[in-house]
Each structure stands twice: as C-alpha cells, then as structure tokens.
Design a protein around this ligand. Structure first.
Ligand SMILES: [Zn+2]
Length: 88
C-alpha cells in the first residue's frame, strides 16, 4: 500500500505553513476529512467518498413516514493520488 495520504498531508501542511509564515499558525490535527483507518492487512489510512440520499420509510400499514437524509460511505479501491490498487 502506498503512503500518499500521509505524504500529501505533510506537503499541504508544509505549503500552508510557509505561505502563512509570520501571519498565522496552523493548529495541530489538520488533514483530509474523508480518511478512515482500515485494518485489513494491518492498520492503514484509506480514503472514501460520501454518498448522500433521502429515504422514506414504508410503515406496516402501507403509509409512509418522514423522509430522512442519510449518508453512506464508499471506500476508494484505488489511491486517488498514485492509482495503486488498495489491498484489503
Ligand atoms: Zn497512492
């Protein structure tokens, strides 16, 4: 598995730190939002996209309930930076 997520975060932080030098301080904890830890062949960072949809539940009597907004996630199969297949 590649190390693109960590390397990209470090590069972005270095760029932002240099750009804002003397004008602002970037707080710790900065990084990509849609990244999770997967535990397939050992812990690794893995990106994902969120899919938003709305669903209306059908009750036992056939009437419908309230429409709710939901989000489900889809993990990346390939690294979006270098294109290497992400092993499970
Ligand atoms: Zn990569």
């Amino acid at each position: 598995m590649c190390n693109c997520i960590k390397e990209s975060e470090e590069q972005i932080l270095a760029h932002l730190t240099e750009r804002d030098k003397g004008k602002a301080i970037i707080s710790k904890g900065a990084g990509f939002l849609n990244v999770a830890i997967s535990f397939g062949k050992g812990p690794a960072q893995r990106g994902y996209d969120e899919f938003e949809y709305k669903t209306t539940r059908i009750k036992n009597d056939g009437s419908t309930g309230a429409t709710q907004k939901k989000i489900t996630c889809m993990y990346h199969t390939y690294c979006p930076f270098c294109g290497v297949k992400i092993e499970e």
